[in-house]
Every structure is written in structure tokens, then in C-alpha cells.
Design a protein around this ligand. Structure first.
Ligand code: BT5
Length: 258
């Protein structure tokens, strides 16, 4: 169970996050964070999202009280044309926090990896999805994070896993949330410094996609098959099909030889 008082006392005790907005139930934490009534550098947290969003109108499904569903509304010192580094940063920090979390739990070798463009996987199942949106008017970013923690059954339609699936135990949502918020705050220099190459390299090292066979659909194109040639610092993915390498900036990839 989320303990909003505990999270609030964490927020109040440090200067990076200004405010906690907690809702027992809300349609979407990202949608709330985008509203004017939500202040800057806020954490928007809920125990149950009734209309959680993925990319391109897709749904994020999460049962009440079992998982982390929250958004950060941040004013970041990064120019809007570099926003691909925001997703590199957030996915890398989540990946790294989960590695540390699992190491403490003696599950040090759990095969976690980052999947382009916005997922953290355990084996080939999705553990975490990230939805980044920008508010142009105020130059703020809304970073929505859905992390499966204790849920064990996701139904047959989605290939999902939770931390409980990895460890065989139930976990305290509050401790993990505080760890994530702390690692994001303590490492913000990776994003805000001019040394983006370092951030990109950390992100790239945490992926496991290059050379893999995949199926992919980009935009309205039909499903195709190919090999992942490279993940690129400009945020694109290059895929080789029929001897031709094409780079894409968005889309869906399924890895086939996991
Ligand atoms: C994402 O989109 O993965 C971004 C998900 C972001 C969710 C957070 S929760 C807090 C914040 N508020 C929101 O309203 N959203 C954010 P995408 O890459 O489009 O993946 C969506 C797809 O993931 C769905 O179509 C399902 O196939 C699958 N999916 C849905 N729920 C899932 C879950 N709990 N675990 C794993 N996969 C899931």
C-alpha cells in the first residue's frame, strides 16, 4: 500500500521535488500533471489509475495498490530539441535502480534490459513503461512511470512481468518509490550537464538489442522483419531489412530471438 504521509515527508525533507499530489484513484497521473493546477517539480502519485495511458492512445493497465503509477512534472535545464535525452535518462535510472534493488535482494543476475524506446524488460517481458510528454507553454516535462511491483497476473494479452515475478516476494511500494525518486534527483547532472555522450553510453550499455532479429511496425507501415543494426544518439533505431538500413524515430519493435 502506498503511504502518502511517508512519501510527503520525504518530499518535504529535500529541496528537489516541491510537492506531492496523491490520489487514491485518478484517471491518469500524466493528465493531472499537465494541468495548470499542478505545480512545478511535483510528484503525482496514485494507488489506482483508471485510464492509464501508453503511447499512441494505448492503455496502461495496473490493478489497485499493487504497483507504482506516478508522474513527475519537472522544469529541466535542457533545451527542447534535446528531449530524447530525457527518455534516455529516465529509463537508465529506472534500470539502474532496479538492478541495485534486486542485488540487495540477492537476485543480482536478473536479466534486466532497456528496450527502445521506452521500456524496461525482464527477459522479454515488460516490467516498466515510461511516457514522456512536454508542456511547450511552460517548457516543463511530464514523465509518467508505470512500474509493475507486486501484481502477478496480467492476463494473456500483455507480455508483462513484475518485480514479484523475479523475486517471488511482495515488496514495499514506498521504499522502492523513494529509492527511484532519490536516484533520479541525485543523478540529474547526467541529464543537465553538457556531457550527454556519457548518458547515452550508459543507456546504450543497458540495452540488449543490437544484432537482434525483430519484427517492427512504424507509423502506418505494415509489419516487417529485420535485424537491429544500431541504436543511435539522435534517438533513432536503425534496422536492416533486405540489405537496406533504415532509421526510425518512433514505432514498435518486437524482439524475436530472446
Ligand atoms: C508505455 O506505453 O509503456 C507507457 C506507459 C506509461 C504508464 C504511466 S503510469 C503513470 C503515467 N500516467 C499515465 O497515464 N501513463 C503513465 P506503450 O509503449 O505504448 O505501451 C503500452 C502497451 O503496454 C499496452 O498497449 C499493453 O500492450 C502494454 N501494457 C499495458 N499495461 C501494462 C503493464 N502493466 N505492464 C506491462 N505492459 C503493459
Amino acid at each position: 500500500m502506498i503511504d502518502p504521509e511517508l512519501i510527503n515527508s520525504y518530499i518535504k525533507a529535500q529541496p528537489f521535488y516541491n510537492e506531492l499530489y496523491y490520489f487514491e484513484e485518478i484517471p491518469s497521473t500524466n493528465d493531472f500533471a499537465k494541468k495548470e493546477e499542478c505545480g512545478s517539480n511535483a510528484v503525482v502519485l496514485t494507488s489506482f489509475q483508471t485510464s492509464g495511458k501508453g503511447r499512441l492512445g494505448r492503455k496502461w493497465l495496473s490493478v489497485p495498490n499493487e504497483n507504482l503509477t506516478f508522474s513527475l512534472k519537472l522544469k529541466l535545464n535542457i533545451s527542447p530539441d534535446l528531449n530524447r535525452y530525457v527518455i534516455f535518462f529516465v529509463s537508465y535510472i529506472i534500470f539502474d535502480t532496479l538492478q541495485q534493488f534486486l542485488k540487495k535482494d540477492n537476485v543480482g543476475t536478473a536479466p534486466l534490459s532497456i528496450k527502445w524506446p521506452n521500456d524496461v524488460l525482464w527477459n522479454s517481458s515488460k516490467l516498466c513503461g515510461i511516457l514522456t510528454e512536454s508542456i511547450l507553454k511552460t517548457s516543463e516535462y511530464v514523465i509518467g512511470i508505470g512500474l509493475n511491483v507486486n501484481q502477478l497476473n496480467f492476463g494473456p494479452e500483455i507480455k508483462a512481468a513484475s518485480i514479484s515475478d523475479i523475486t517471488g516476494k511482495q515488496h514495499d511500494l514506498n521504499g522502492l518509490l523513494v529509492q527511484l525518486l532519490t536516484n533520479l534527483k541525485n543523478n540529474i547532472h547526467l541529464l543537465e550537464s553538457q556531457n550527454h555522450k556519457q548518458l547515452f553510453n550508459l543507456w546504450l550499455k543497458s540495452t540488449n538489442m543490437t544484432g537482434k532479429k525483430c519484427s517492427f511496425s512504424m507509423g502506418n507501415e505494415s509489419l516487417k522483419y529485420g535485424f537491429i543494426n544500431s541504436l543511435n544518439e539522435d534517438g533513432t533505431i536503425s534496422i536492416e531489412t533486405n540489405g537496406e538500413i533504415i532509421s526510425y524515430s518512433s514505432g514498435d519493435i518486437k524482439l524475436m530471438d530472446y
